[in-house]
Design a protein around this ligand. Structure first.
Ligand SMILES: Nc1ncnc2c1ncn2[C@@H]1O[C@H](COP(=O)(O)OP(=O)(O)OP(=O)(O)O)[C@@H](O)[C@H]1O
Ligand SMILES: [Mg+2]
Length: 583
């Protein structure tokens, strides 16, 4: 069968070792209070004896009062003990779930952008939130229920055996018959629970896309289409949830069937012995009470096993993530980052995404301290070059070096610390504008002010309600595209790295701001190794070198003037854009 059969014990041990064991102290305290609660229950039954044999038979009122007070105290203590262990268990459960969520987040941030692109945010959010939540919901029930019920079951079984072992065996005659159907039901519950979790993840993806794409949905009138897609998932989820619940509910019912068989056996077997006079009615009543009480915890244990299957489905999904190892990691013996301003060299680089070749033997050099422009049609692989330099992806073959050192030989921190990227889509976080620019570093005020001026962020800050302390909204939604891009430029100014990568860095700006920001970027580029991607060729004509790419290869390179003179691809592109002016 599929992964839904992953050894339940393995799943539980994984959870226990990594996340539950550290709270053993809390669990033990909770257990103590559980024992206290059971003790009080037992104590109450013990009080029946003095009540019937002493209090009721004497005329002394004070005995009545004493017994009454003791019973009262027992009940109060029982209530308190029960509340305390519930609170402690909930706390332990929540603490361990918070640990799992934290670890998942930390781990997910180490995984490649390809992994994230494949799964999508909705799916991953659902795993961190939904799957962990599903475990939290059942596991304190598991601890409370399973422990107490198993103990009670064993104790009552002892009483039954002690009364009459033959009767006990007859009563349990249905037990072996339960094993196969129980296993089948458990698998059924687990499969459906897993299906439910998968659908929940798809639903999250839908919601995530709808809420991010709300503008596109409204403008393209996709409300009904999206609503329908969601409804289909919702219907499947209802079916899965119902089946999983039905399976869970049938598990304790199996115990009922077994009890029925047991009772039938006992009534006949013990009945004949009583009719023959070899056993007394009293003996039968003791036995019958013990067996009758035994089935209740057994039923609950059946229910617990259903709940466990639901949790197991979620644990499997969590383990799937935690066992996905990041591929792009720092080497174990990283080389030091090159000093000074480095050159950037790509040599015969090939890269495919799946079966699609994106870069096909790409080679070019970006001289140290100079500006190199990458131009070419959409999809030519320009942005991919930036991903290679910052090691968001690795090439299949070929070498990518910065300052003579392979990027894969450097520590990721060192490498990314050398590079600033300003890209098409400037991503902001739901934090104050200042934090979005400073990015978790300490920056002195004058340096910040200079960066704000240089990136022309200062142009719009005074118009914001709370200036630099204005929250920019999720993904920076409260700012315009051009404003976001200027924030990204300010970040780069502050980072002050030897390598600067500009990917359509001014594409979202109006012509006037673009001219101003363009000048700021040219200043910023001075003394750094800069790679510029731009479709508007006017912005790259001053570059020291222009590399023209087509379908993952370099087709020509040189300065603006030499390329124009050559009359090749670049000249054709340029004349198309500026033909009117050139005439
Ligand atoms: N994560 C990915 N998975 C699969 N294919 C991808 C992925 N990222 C990029 N590609 C493909 O790689 C090719 C190059 O993409 P890239 O973003 O480098 O193009 P580009 O030259 O920057 O284009 P543009 O000028 O439109 O920004 C494209 O054909 C794209 O479909
Ligand atoms: Mg691009």
């Amino acid at each position: 069968m599929t992964s839904s059969d992953t050894n339940a014990k393995y799943l539980f041990m994984w959870l226990w070792r990594r996340y539950l064991r550290r709270y053993t102290g809390l669990l033990l305290i909770a257990l103590a209070f559980m024992a206290l609660e059971s003790g009080m229950t037992a104590g109450f039954s013990v009080m029946m004896e003095p009540l019937f044999d002493k209090a009721f038979t004497s005329s002394n009122r004070s005995i009545l009062v004493t017994v009454g007070v003791v019973v009262l105290v027992l009940f109060v203590a029982r209530g308190l003990a029960s509340a305390v262990h519930k609170v402690i268990l909930t706390r332990a459960a929540q603490l361990s779930m918070a640990d799992i969520r934290q670890d998942m987040l930390n781990h997910l941030m180490t995984l490649e952008i390809g992994y994230h692109a494949d799964k999508g945010p909705g799916q991953l959010i659902q795993r961190v939130e939904g799957d962990v939540g599903a475990i939290a919901k059942v596991w304190s029930t598991l601890v409370t229920g399973a422990g107490r019920d198993a103990l009670t079951f064993v104790a009552l079984l002892g009483v039954a055996f002690w009364t009459d072992w033959k009767w006990t065996l007859v009563a349990l005659i249905g037990l072996p018959l339960m094993i196969a159907p129980t296993a089948m039901l458990q698998r059924y519950v687990r499969q459906n629970a897993r299906k439910v979790r998968d659908i929940a993840a798809d639903q999250s993806t839908r919601l995530n896309e709808v809420f991010h794409g709300i503008t596109a949905i409204k403008l393209n009138q996709l409300e009904r289409h999206q609503s329908r897609r969601y409804r289909v998932l919702a219907r499947d989820r209802v079916r899965g949830e119902t089946r999983s619940a039905a399976g869970s509910a049938l598990l304790p019912s199996l115990v009922d069937i077994m009890s029925g068989l047991g009772f039938f056996g006992i009534l006949y077997f013990a009945g004949t012995e009583i009719q023959d006079g070899s056993k007394t009615l009293g003996e039968f009543m003791t036995f019958f009470t013990a067996i009758g009480m035994m089935f209740e915890p057994l039923r609950r244990l059946g229910a617990v096993s259903g709940a466990w299957q639901v949790a197991a489905a979620s644990i499997e999904r969590i383990i799937e993530i935690m066992h996905t190892e990041p591929v792009l990691v720092s080497p174990s013996n990283p080389q030091p980052r090159p000093d000074g301003v480095p050159s950037v060299v790509l040599d015969n680089v090939c890269l495919t995404y799946g079966d699609t070749p994106v870069l096909r033997g790409l080679s070019f050099t970006a001289e140290a301290g100079k500006t190199t422009a990458l131009v070419g049609a959409s999809g030519a692989g320009k942005s991919t070059v930036f991903h290679l330099l910052s090691r968001l992806v690795d090439p299949q073959t070929g070498s990518v070096t910065i300052g003579g050192t392979e990027v894969s030989a450097m520590g990721l921190k060192d490498l990314r610390g050398m590079i600033s990227i300003v890209s098409q889509e400037a991503l902001l976080f739901d934090e104050p504008l200042r934090d979005n620019i400073v990015l978790d570093r300490t920056v002195d005020e004058p340096a910040l002010t200079r960066a704000l001026e240089a990136a022309h962020v200062q142009d719009f800050v005074p118009r914001l309600e709370r200036g630099l302390d204005t929250r920019v909204g999720p993904r920076g939604s409260n700012l315009s595209g051009g404003q976001r891009q200027r924030v990204a430029i300010a970040r780069a100014v502050l980072r002050d790295t030897p390598v600067l990568l500009l990917d359509e860095a001014t594409s979202a700006l109006d012509t006037q701001s673009e001219a101003v920001v363009q000048k700021a970027l040219e200043q910023l580029a001075e003394g750094r190794t800069t790679l510029v991607i731009a479709h508007r060729l006017s912005t790259v004509r001053n570059a020291d070198k222009i590399v023209v790419m087509d379908a993952g290869q370099v087709v020509e390179q040189g300065t603006h003037d030499t390329l124009l003179a050559k009359g090749g691809t670049y000249a054709a592109l340029y004349n198309m854009q500026f033909g009117a002016e050139a005439d």
